[in-house]
Each structure stands twice: as structure tokens, then as C-alpha cells.
Design a protein around this ligand. Structure first.
Ligand code: HDD
Length: 759
């Protein structure tokens, strides 16, 4: 008998065709950086045996693992097949009539492959197209049975699996992560009593009060339709045209122009349910609630100059950060808190709690912490999980209910509707990432892509032929809507109108601005200046500044000055004599109010090295940072081994050109004259230093390394003359490491900032 190779000599084996390389197995654990130097499981340099590259999922405390196991595919040791399971002998050549002849239509193997490929893409989300997600769990601190019968809150320590997707709003699926934008913060709780989706943002208010305006808002912020520019940016005419005509946006604009809109990491931003929701207990009594997520690592943002630069060097900055934190074991963690108030209390507030452009200040109704969420497992497959997950505000469970917020009402419709076209039909709830852990039993049948195989002849209720099953759960087990009170005749008439307090648009914008630290206020003014300077129609700029005068004269004046324009007359207000606000200062609104737990876990540090540096000192710093869960990296003019003056072995895992300085949270400059001279000969070194300094990050210079600071033009003290606590000069590595780690926990040194920057 002839072998296949002999029978088809032109149809060479794969190894033969691609050369010897294709026949060589990748070497397990072959990485540039010694793995001992990387956080456990780090993907900075993926080992071939890592659970992410291989086929076994990482362990994690997560009940969704079991449910997803059914659909996991492990191809280790398996042959290639078609979608019908037919083994494929040759995956390199199409079937031809003769070696140089035409390809045959009967080649079902080629057609199976190309047809599937042709349909690989699904429509991206209309908004929030760019996102990243992770699995984790929510753990309840104490039983909340007095407030709610919702399953996740029934006992202390109760654990509910979650899948969380973070996103930008305006950009397309492949756009940059660090755009100035709102961030989505969508949490799917797989509870014992069905899925609950808390589809929130990292900003607690919204641009508009009524869902009727949502398509207009989105059309205004998206790339302009004639030329499809700009991508992932609000700094253009149509956005500012719309919002300047929409005074209800003013409060949200304050947040969107603040550092909240350029977070450092998904792990360092807050999340909010935005709307007023209800909690309902077993007796059917309900209270209003607002949901708040606060990061354990503290709230921490980028600077604008930094965000712009990062978007070029690493458009996946937040995606990578989330992935690496989880792979490295620095699990993002958030505390869930609620504000609880009654309908009667709400009726007395100076604002309407059904208005999504208003917050309930923490000073008016304090936050009550109720649990924590830990994200501890990366998805196995981006498309299957992160892309196909479908969140929906309509997904609530017994024990929770909606308020009459008109923005929320539109959302309850919109999400299911959009998923039906995005995910190709009404059965998207059966896609593994969307299917609840609680079993689904109903008489809905058929439709595109049906997975469930329903047995029996009964698909209706009531029935006797199936013994009445599935049967109505009744009020004790099933979902019952709160009988929302309708107050008086006026509310019962059909109207297209809004409540009176919805017409007051400025008091909370003022509250936000006045509650910020001076540095944050300066950033807000600079962001308005930047965005409005990109607007080409002067009338839009004038209208916006006219509106800002109603929120803050100080801000309006700064923005007008920044745009080189005279201060316009204030925009006429809809309400001239609004009720007095309860709170005029809310320190909780400043990012500085939540500095975090002092940990530096997950933070990236560049340690500059070159041939001739003193190796022992930088190695000691590396070890000290690594021991605290940070991600130190040796950056040299070229990757690879570095010849240190003391013979200590150092391997540079990044180069000055492939990981620019602004990608790091902090910078270390080495000791050793020859090494310092080598670094000074590469202008990248000074870009590293200047960016670190300008972005207000901590710098440590060991011994002779201080000369680099001077050459880069970094001042030795603050503009005020005070010492710069983020700038550490030390000869001794251990002492330096200690001070540096302390400085890193402080995040940023905004006292350095001048406008324009001096460095
Ligand atoms: Fe929305 C997606 C958050 C108002 C209609 N929205 C979407 C996502 C988040 C939010 C986090 C992404 C979910 C994911 O990761 O897949 N949206 C909000 C918040 C709002 C808000 C916090 C105001 C409080 N949204 C809003 C309104 C409407 C929509 C008023 C329509 C009436 N949102 C959508 C949508 C999206 C969406 C078009 C796009 C993709 C999707 O739903 O699944 O239906």
C-alpha cells in the first residue's frame, strides 16, 4: 500500500511545507524575563503552559465555571474537523481539478471554512462598543432581609457569581481605551433567583432626563456622519452643539470634563447604578435605593496629556491592566454601598429623585456598605463571553424594582431590543455567558438559534396535560411589581411633560465643581478649554460658556480666558428661584476622598538600566516592589542582558522605545556613572523623566541617577518653593525603596502642576 505522502507528492506534510519551524513544539516557559520576577500567572510574558494559552481554565471561586464547562472546547491532542465533525486531511490546499487546475465547487471543506469566516463578525454595540470584562463574585456583608428579599442579600457571607463588563461609550470596538469618556460599569449577578443586571456607569448622573433624547445624544457624540470623525472623542462641534442646547447636561458635563472621565484603571474607578431603584422586602414594603461601587484600590485617574500619549502607545491600556491585575493576583475589588431613603423623604428633597441628572448627596443620605465584589478570573474567550454578554436593565429579581425615572423606562425597553438584532434573534439568553444559573422553565418556543430541546406536547399555561407545569410561582416566590402610587389627577392624565424640579439644571453642577480640590478644578477648566477649542463654530463655544456661568462664574471665566474670548451674558435659566439645596459642599465628590487602602499592587514601575549601572541597588528596588505586588520592569535602550558594573545579572524586559515612560506609574533612575552616561546618550531617557514629572508621578533617583533629573530640567522643589515629596533622591537602595513605596501609595503630586507645564 502507498502512503498518503507517496500518493500525493505535491501535497506535502505541514512541517515540510512550512520548513522545520512548524514541526518544532514551542518550549514550555520560554520567556524573556525570568518568571520569578513576574507576578504569578503574569501575562507580561506568557508561558506556554499557562492556563490562558493552554486549554484549562484558571481556578477561581466562581459558580459560573461549572455552567460554562459544558461548552468549553479543549483541542489538545485532537485532529482538525469540519463543523460536522468530519476529520480534515489537508488544511492547506483547496480541492483542484489538477495541480494547476480550477478549484472545485464540491470542496465542502473549503466552503465550510470560508462561509464561517465570512460571518465571523456581529454588529458592535451602538454605544459601549469597546469593553473588557472579568468574572468574579459578590459577597454580602450582612443579611438585608429588613430591606429586601433579593437573593444576594439574604445572609451574611452569601456569595453570588458575577460577570462585569467595563467599557467606553462613544468609540467603536477597536478604539482606544483612554479616551475622555464615561465608562460603563455593568454587573451581571447570576443569583439563585435569576439574573440581575446592574447596568451602571462610573459617573452617577447622566446627560439627559428622558430616554426620548437618547438617540439624539448618541448621534451628537458619535463621529460626525459626513466624514466619520472624530473617533472616540467628544471634542467636536456636534457634541457641544447638542449639549449647549441641553442645559440639563450641565451637571454631567462637570463630571465628564473632570478626571473621572480618564480613569487610571478600571480597578480605580467608582461605579453607580445612576437611577433610583427600589428594594422590596418579603412583606412587600419598599424603599428607594441608589447603588454605589467604590474601588478598594482607591479612585485614581490619568492626566489628559498622559491619556493622549497612552492612546498612541497602548490603545489597550485599560484592557491590559484589567487582564494583568487578574493574572497577577492583584484582583480588582469594589465595595457595594446603598443609599436608602423613603418616598416621603424623597418628596422633601430640593431635587427630584426620578431625575437622572441629580445625585443624592452622601451628606444628605449616607452610604451604607452592604458587600464586596472581587474580580478574580479572566474570560477564556473574548468573543464568546465579553462580546456576547448582553446586559439589560430589565433584568431584575424578586426583592428589587424600578422607580418611575423616565430615562430608566426607556432603557428597560432598549437593551432587549438592541440585543435581538446584535445577537441574532430572541434566544440570546441561551448563550452560555447570558444564561442564568437558576433554571429556565416557560412556554416560549423556537426562534433563531434555539438551543433548548423542550420535551412533551404542552407549550401553554394553564394546562392539564402536563400536570399544570410549569406553574405560576405566586407572590411569595415570584416577581411582584411594587404597586407604585399615582398621586392626584395631574399624574394620572396622559402628558408629555416633566416634573417641575426637573427644570433646575445648575445647583448640583455648582455643588460638584465647588466640592473639587484646586487641582481637580484646574483640570475641569483645562478640559473645557481643550474640548471647546476643537469646536469650529464660535457660537457653540459662546453658548456653552454662557451656560457655564449659571453653574460657576469662576469656571466660566477660566474657560473664556482659555479660549481667548469675552465672557458672554449668562444663559437665561428655566427656574429663577429654585428650592435651597440641602448640601453646598460634598467632599465625597472629590477623587481625593477615596485614596484607597495604601496598596501599590498592580502598579507598573519602570527601572531604567543600561550597561554600566550599579546592579545591586536596582535589583533591591525591584525585589521590594515585587514583594508588594507591584509590577517593576527593567527598561533599557535595548531589551536583553545588561552588563552591570557590579556583575549582578539583569535582564531588560522592555526597551525605552517599546514601552514609553508614560505607561508607568512611577520611575526609578539607577546609580553607576557609566550606566547613567549610557542612559543620557539616549534622548528617550529624558522623555521618560519629563513625562513622569509632568504627569505628577513619583520618581526615585539612586546616587548618580540624580544627574539625569537635572539634565532633564526637572526642578528640585515645587513651584511654591516647598519640597517635592514625590521626588526622592537617595544613595541607599533600601531607604530609597521604603520612601518610594510610601510615595507611590499617594498616587500623584499635583502640587507640581503649572498651566502651561514648565517641564
Ligand atoms: Fe445604556 C449599553 C449604561 C442610558 C441604551 N448602557 C450600555 C452599557 C452600559 C450602559 C454600561 C454597556 C453594557 C455592556 O457592557 O454590554 N446607559 C447606561 C447608563 C445609562 C444609560 C448608566 C443612564 C443612566 N442606555 C441609556 C439609555 C438608553 C440606553 C437612556 C436608551 C434609551 N445602552 C443602550 C443600548 C446599549 C447600551 C443601545 C448598547 C448595547 C447594549 O445596550 O447592549 O441599548
Amino acid at each position: 500500500t502507498q502512503s498518503l505522502a507517496e500518493a500525493f507528492p505535491f501535497n506535502a506534510t505541514k512541517a515540510g511545507e512550512h520548513g522545520m519551524a512548524a514541526g518544532m513544539k514551542p518550549q514550555p516557559g520560554a520567556t524573556a524575563v525570568p518568571r520569578s520576577r513576574l507576578p504569578t500567572g503574569s501575562t507580561l510574558s506568557e508561558a506556554q503552559t499557562s492556563p490562558k494559552v493552554g486549554t484549562t481554565a484558571a481556578a477561581g471561586r466562581n459558580a459560573t465555571i461549572g455552567a460554562l464547562e459544558r461548552v468549553r472546547v479543549d483541542s489538545t491532542g485532537q485532529v482538525l474537523t469540519t463543523n460536522q465533525g468530519v476529520a480534515i486531511a489537508d488544511n492547506q490546499n483547496s480541492l483542484k481539478a489538477g495541480v494547476r487546475g480550477p478549484v472545485l465547487l464540491e470542496d465542502f471543506i473549503l466552503r465550510d471554512k470560508l462561509t464561517h469566516f465570512d460571518h465571523e463578525r456581529i454588529p458592535e454595540r451602538i454605544v459601549h462598543a469597546r469593553g473588557s470584562a472579568a468574572h468574579g463574585y459578590f459577597e454580602c456583608y450582612e443579611a438585608l432581609t429588613e430591606l429586601t428579599r433579593a437573593a444576594p442579600f439574604q445572609e451574611a457571607g452569601k456569595v453570588t457569581p458575577v460577570f462585569v463588563r467595563f467599557s467606553t461609550v462613544a468609540g467603536e470596538r477597536g478604539s482606544k481605551d483612554t479616551a475622555r469618556d464615561v465608562r460603563g460599569f455593568a454587573v451581571k449577578f447570576y443569583t439563585d433567583e435569576g439574573n440581575w443586571d446592574l447596568v451602571g456607569n462610573n459617573i452617577p448622573v447622566f446627560f439627559i432626563q428622558d430616554a426620548m433624547k437618547f438617540p439624539d445624544l448618541v448621534h451628537a457624540v458619535k463621529p460626525e456622519p459626513h466624514h466619520a470623525m472624530p473617533q472616540a472623542a467628544s471634542a467636536h462641534d456636534t457634541f457641544w452643539d447638542f449639549v449647549s442646547l441641553m442645559p440639563e447636561s450641565t451637571h454631567m458635563l462637570m463630571w465628564a470634563m473632570s478626571d473621572r472621565a480618564i480613569p487610571r484603571s478600571y480597578a480605580t474607578m467608582q461605579g453607580f447604578g445612576v437611577h433610583t431603584y427600589r428594594m422590596v422586602n418579603a412583606e412587600g414594603d419598599s424603599v428607594f435605593v441608589k447603588f454605589h461601587w467604590s474601588p478598594k484600590a482607591g479612585t485614581h485617574s490619568l492626566t489628559w496629556d498622559e491619556a493622549v500619549k497612552i492612546s498612541g502607545a497602548d490603545p489597550d491600556y485599560h484592557r491590559r491592566d484589567l487582564w494583568e491585575r487578574i493574572e497577577g493576583g492583584a484582583y480588582p475589588e469594589y465595595e457595594l454601598a446603598i443609599q436608602v431613603f423613603t418616598e416621603e423623604q424623597a418628596n422633601g428633597f430640593s431635587f427630584d429623585v426620578l431625575d437622572a441628572t441629580k445625585i443624592v448627596p452622601e451628606e444628605l443620605v449616607p452610604l451604607r456598605p452592604i458587600g464586596r465584589m472581587v474580580l478574580n478570573r479572566n474570560p477564556d474567550n473574548f468573543f464568546a463571553e465579553t462580546e456576547q454578554v448582553a446586559y439589560c436593565t430589565a433584568n431584575i429579581i424578586p426583592g428589587l424594582d424600578f422607580s418611575n425615572d423616565p430615562l430608566l423606562a426607556g432603557r428597560i425597553h432598549s437593551y432587549v431590543d438592541t440585543q435581538i438584532s446584535r445577537l441574532g434573534g430572541p434566544n440570546f439568553h441561551e448563550i452560555p455567558i447570558n444564561s442564568p444559573i437558576a433554571q429556565v422553565h416557560n412556554n416560549q418556543r423556537d426562534g433563531m438559534h434555539r438551543q433548548a430541546i423542550h420535551r412533551g406536547r404542552v407549550a401553554y399555561e394553564p394546562n392539564s396535560l402536563a400536570g399544570g407545569c410549569p406553574f405560576q410561582a405566586g407572590a411569595t416566590q415570584g416577581f411582584v411589581s411594587v404597586a407604585a402610587r399615582l398621586q392626584g389627577k395631574e399624574e394620572q392624565a396622559k402628558v408629555r411633560a416633566k416634573p417641575e424640579l426637573f427644570a433646575e439644571h445648575y445647583q448640583q453642577a455648582t455643588l460638584f465643581y465647588e466640592s473639587q480640590s484646586p487641582a481637580e478644578q484646574a483640570h475641569i477648566a483645562a478640559a473645557f478649554r481643550f474640548e471647546l477649542s476643537k469646536v469650529t463654530v464660535p457660537a457653540i463655544r459662546q453658548r456653552m460658556v454662557a451656560s457655564l456661568r449659571n453653574a460657576s462664574e469662576d469656571l466660566a471665566a477660566k474657560v473664556a480666558q482659555g479660549l481667548n474670548m469675552p465672557l458672554p451674558e449668562p444663559m437665561p435659566r428655566a427656574v429663577t428661584d429654585p428650592p435651597k439645596p440641602e448640601v453646598t459642599q460634598s467632599p465625597a465628590l472629590s477623587l481625593l476622598a477615596r485614596p484607597g487602602d495604601g496598596s501599590i499592587a498592580g502598579r507598573k514601575v519602570a527601572i531604567l538600566v543600561a550597561d554600566g549601572v550599579a546592579g545591586a541597588g536596582v535589583t533591591a528596588i525591584h525585589e521590594a516592589l515585587f514583594a508588594r505586588g507591584a509590577v517593576p520592569r527593567f527598561a533599557a535602550p535595548r531589551i536583553g542582558p545588561v552588563q552591570t558594573s557590579d556583575g549582578v545579572a539583569i535582564e531588560a524586559d522592555v526597551s525605552l522605545e517599546n514601552e514609553p515612560g508614560f505607561l508607568f506609574d512611577a520611575l526609578v533612575l539607577p546609580d553607576g556613572e557609566a550606566g547613567v552616561d549610557a542612559l543620557a546618550a539616549d534622548a528617550h531617557t529624558f522623555e521618560f523623566i519629563r513625562d513622569q514629572y509632568r504627569h505628577c508621578k513619583p520618581l526615585l533617583a539612586l546616587g548618580a541617577g540624580a544627574a539625569l533629573l537635572e539634565k532633564a530640567g526637572v526642578p528640585s522643589s515645587l513651584p511654591s518653593g516647598e519640597p517635592d515629596l514625590g521626588l526622592i533622591l537617595e544613595a541607599d537602595a533600601d531607604a530609597g525603596a521604603k520612601k518610594f513605596i510610601h510615595a507611590m501609595a499617594h498616587h500623584r503630586y499635583f502640587e507640581r502642576e503649572t498651566d502651561p507645564p514648565l517641564v
